[in-house]
Design a binder for this molecule. Structure first.
Ligand SMILES: *Cc1c(COP(=O)(O)O)cnc(C)c1O
Length: 463
């Protein structure tokens, strides 16, 4: 499989190089040259398969040319063997129409593990024997950081520099990052928002001198391999709810548009999806873009669902590109200079055919947590609650099952859950003695000079 950039000028690359590169050299994001397509018979053939086998079938077309089926199976077996549930991503029924897809059974208790456990192994596989040294630079609103750190801690040939917005991630999230003391782990608390941190990361990728000295790569969902791994659970869940004979809808608590874009990919590959519901909190740029074409970034309001406190959704570019049928370099350049743009009519109509969107207020989020607890005995986290609130008022026909992606374990956001429901979820045993461990991190101002200087002092340059 070859991959091309959304901005049209970077060279096309194979899967290995796209994985190691992260961002394209023209500032765009890599997408497959063409979408693999599964017939209804092939989708029916996924019935009864384990998560790992489903993963191998769904991902194989994307890695062709760089990994054999056996190599892919070995990586998936290792990555998903670390999950604490035998189904990896189990479905839970809430009422006659609503289901949860629990994506938080990995080591760091959020759905980011599904992709990052695999990505860490892919990095290692592709680096082995090359003598290359990878410098991962990432920004996290909380969950990517811990999942990426867990996935690469102690691996040779890799250093990771993870920027998080100081004071804007939960205690569990911060400690999951800062208590990993392996020497290749570098945590930086940025005096700014997640968007500031993400902009710094992008600036380092686009800085010719910095990117020339170090082989920098991304673990944010701008990295195609992450999205690819997330496509799997849409197939896994839909097949269990009757696909390809029945359509299923998904409600996705959304921040950077990565998780829900993976649903779009599944749809492009032939999975019958009735609707993809993009659920946002008050940081609602995606809801505005999808409901009236206004993609304009406001300022970030911190909420109880911090992993969605985002005003610039990087992966939206991939959707805009696919709907435009060609480069979005001009549209994105306009957005980058003014922080605002309008979707074209073709983009709006194309999106409306599959996507719905909703903005959930804090009170509605708490209400959804109470409903799940009272009606189905399920304690859910604030992000999942935003997805569920949007699912419950989406007004879909009664015979369409709606799967809300449960993106984090409630214990990761115990204070918010307790405020809403009176119940305090406890941290599962696999997360260990998080609150007893020593922390290590540095605080830096949100400037390019401070952060790039810090990294340059500690990273291994290209040979
Ligand atoms: C990252 C994250 C999200 C948002 O996912 P995107 O891929 O950025 O849209 C939602 N919920 C939780 C718990 C997350 O960690």
């Amino acid at each position: 499989m070859r991959y091309k950039s959304t901005r049209g000028t970077a060279p096309t690359l194979g899967f290995r190089d796209v994985t190691l590169a992260g961002l394209a050299s023209d500032g765009g994001l890599y997408v497959p040259d063409s979408w693999p397509s599964f017939s209804p018979e092939q989708i029916a053939g996924l019935r009864g398969l384990s998560y790992v086998e489903t993963a191998v079938r769904v991902m194989l077309p994307f890695v062709e040319g760089d990994l054999s089926e056996e190599e892919l199976r070995a990586l998936c077996t290792q990555a998903y063997g670390r999950f604490s549930h035998a189904a990896v991503t189990p479905l839970v029924q809430l009422d006659h129409q609503n289901f949860l897809l629990e994506l938080f059974h990995g080591p760091t208790l959020a759905f980011k593990d599904v992709a990052l456990q695999l990505l860490g192994l892919l990095f290692e596989k592709f680096l082995t024997g090359t003598g290359d040294h990878l410098t991962i630079v990432g920004a996290t609103s909380g969950d990517t950081g811990s999942a990426a750190i867990d996935a690469v801690a102690g691996r040779t040939g890799i250093d990771i520099f993870m920027l998080h917005p100081k004071g804007r991630v939960s205690d569990v999230q911060r400690r999951q990052m800062t208590t990993v003391l392996a020497p290749n782990i570098h945590n930086i608390a940025i005096e700014g928002s997640f968007d500031d941190a993400q902009a710094l990361v992008k600036a380092m990728f686009n800085h010719a001198d910095f990117a020339g000295r170090f082989q920098v790569t991304a673990v944010n969902s701008i990295n195609w391999a992450r999205l690819m791994a997330q496509v799997v659970y849409y197939f896994y869940a839909a097949v269990r709810l009757g696909a390809p004979d029945r359509e299923v809808a998904f409600s996705v608590p959304t921040g950077n548009f990565g998780d829900v874009f993976a649903g779009y990919v599944a749809h492009k590959m032939g999975l019958p999806i009735a609707k993809l519901i993009v659920a946002t909190n008050v940081n609602d740029i995606l809801h505005r873009a999808l409901s009236n074409g206004d993609y304009s970034a406001g300022t970030v309001t911190p909420t109880a669902a911090p992993s969605m406190d985002i005003q610039v959704s990087s992966n939206f570019e991939r959707l805009l590109f696919d709907l435009a049928g060609g480069s979005v370099a001009d549209q994105m350049a306009g957005f980058e200079s003014t922080k605002a743009m309008r979707l074209t009519n073709a983009q709006r109509e194309g999106a409306a055919a599959l996507f719905a969107s909703d903005r959930i207020e804090p009170g509605e989020m708490s209400e959804a947590m109470r409903w799940a607890s009272a009606e189905a005995g399920e304690v859910i986290d604030p992000h999942t609650a935003i997805g569920l609130a949007a699912a419950r008022r989406a007004n879909l026909p009664g015979d369409v099952s709606i799967v809300t992606l449960a993106t984090a374990h409630p214990a990761k956001f115990a204070d918010a859950v307790e405020r809403a429901t009176g119940l305090r979820p406890s941290v599962p045993a696999r997360a260990g003695d998080l609150f007893e461990r020593q922390e290590r991190y540095d605080v830096l101002p949100a400037t390019f000079e401070a952060v790039s200087g810090y990294i340059a002092e500690r990273a291994t340059p290209r040979p």
